[in-house]
Design a protein around this ligand. Structure first.
Ligand code: ZN
Length: 149
């Protein structure tokens, strides 16, 4: 064994192009924005037919998740519970004053991997992709990287 090189080889895959970036403008302090159609448009404009896309949020007070997009009550219920379990007032030490947003970002996560089949996101019937703002309003970024056969 050597400590050089990758721990494993992914096989006959290659990276397609550079990282693409979607700009997301948020409007309130805490919100979920459905970005499914924007990601689908990028897949179509880049002619990605089969593979995997990685969505990555390069921020410490926002996140990305996949959940139900059919009933908007679901995202408001998730936000209600996140706000309950991560209160704004606690003995936080971070001087910027936005520790709850950092905690929520870590709980939800900074990335998602989604398969693409025949040029379409292979999401379930009720699933949508949500950008999660926890310290808005701000202008944010979502990086998109595709890995195709
Ligand atoms: Zn901070």
């Amino acid at each position: 064994m050597t400590d050089k090189g990758p721990a494993f080889c992914a096989g006959p895959f290659f990276s397609r192009g550079d990282i693409m970036t979607l700009t997301v403008k948020t409007h309130t302090q805490t919100e979920f924005l459905d970005i499914t159609s924007e990601i689908q448009k990028i897949i179509e404009s880049e002619n990605i037919s089969d593979g995997v896309i990685m969505l990555y949020v390069p921020h410490t007070t926002s996140a990305i998740t996949i959940n139900e997009s059919a009933d908007p009550s679901v995202k408001s219920d998730i936000l209600m519970i996140l706000n309950d379990i991560v209160p704004w007032n606690a003995k936080y030490r971070h001087m910027e004053g936005n520790s709850p947003a950092h905690v929520k970002s870590t709980l939800v996560g900074a990335s998602e991997l989604i398969a693409v089949e025949n040029g379409r996101l292979s999401l379930g019937t009720w699933q949508g992709i949500f950008f999660c703002e926890f310290d808005g309003p701000r202008t944010r970024k979502v990086h998109i990287k595709s890995i195709t056969k």
